[in-house]
Design a protein around this ligand. Sequence first.
Ligand code: COA
Length: 233
Amino acid sequence: MSALKSVVIMGGLGSGQIVASVIEDINAQEPTWEIKGYLNDVEEMGSLIGAYPVVGLTAEAADYAAKGVFVHYAMRNAKFARPRIRRFKEMGIPDEAFATFVHPATHTSGSAGLGHGSLLCAQVNLSFGARVANHNHLYGNAFIGHDSVLEDFSWIANNSAIGARCIIGEGAHLGTNCSLREDVNIGPYAIVGIGSVVLKDVGEDEIAVGNPAKIIGSVAQYKEDPVDARKKS
Ligand SMILES: CC(C)(COP(=O)(O)OP(=O)(O)OC[C@H]1O[C@@H](n2cnc3c(N)ncnc32)[C@H](O)[C@@H]1OP(=O)(O)O)[C@@H](O)C(=O)NCCC(=O)NCCS
């Protein structure tokens, strides 16, 4: 049997644990990964988040990557996505260091493309010609219509349905159970609220909710990650 690959998960409670649970399901089919633990700037070093310990700070991700440990970004926060992702990109970790996890119970068309560091939970369906770039999280039962594109760092919550030929911008978040009409574009860092039905494009940073979805705000005001702010004070 080949040696297990090691991975650290950047994040913890919530999204990080979802990543860990998908890895456990992959391992149940075929032992593949050793989860070393979480890189987390809030919880105490050595403390447990579920079954796995905090093994360092997020700033240590590049060191782990240099040692051949795979890294997975799971520091999800819809409103503070932009400053958080900016700080992560500054780490300059090469794409090849990021592990993608695909739950055994997904359906991915042979012509769909999948980049580095993404997560596909159970029952995700990627239609033909769909492209999922890097660091995207697709939660259970998300449906990505044919020829749609998810740019880097998008976060598609469970049961969301994206129509054909949609483009989801970098860092955008679609809440649980929302639906997008075909050919609709969601701008970078925009948020679509839970249960919304999106018939028209949503611009960069905009927050859209309802049926039909209307713009109710912007994430542009969320300039500094509260975790970084706490570290400075
Ligand atoms: C869109 C969202 C980010 C807005 O959050 P917020 O900025 O804190 O906004 P508020 O909760 O203060 O709501 C503002 C107004 O929008 C309405 N609203 C918020 N979300 C809504 C939604 N999904 N559908 C319809 N109306 C919504 C509120 O009722 C409120 O209306 P009011 O001013 O008339 O009372 C949030 O509601 C949301 O849907 N987040 C996604 C959650 C999710 O998917 N979680 C799963 C992740 S795994």
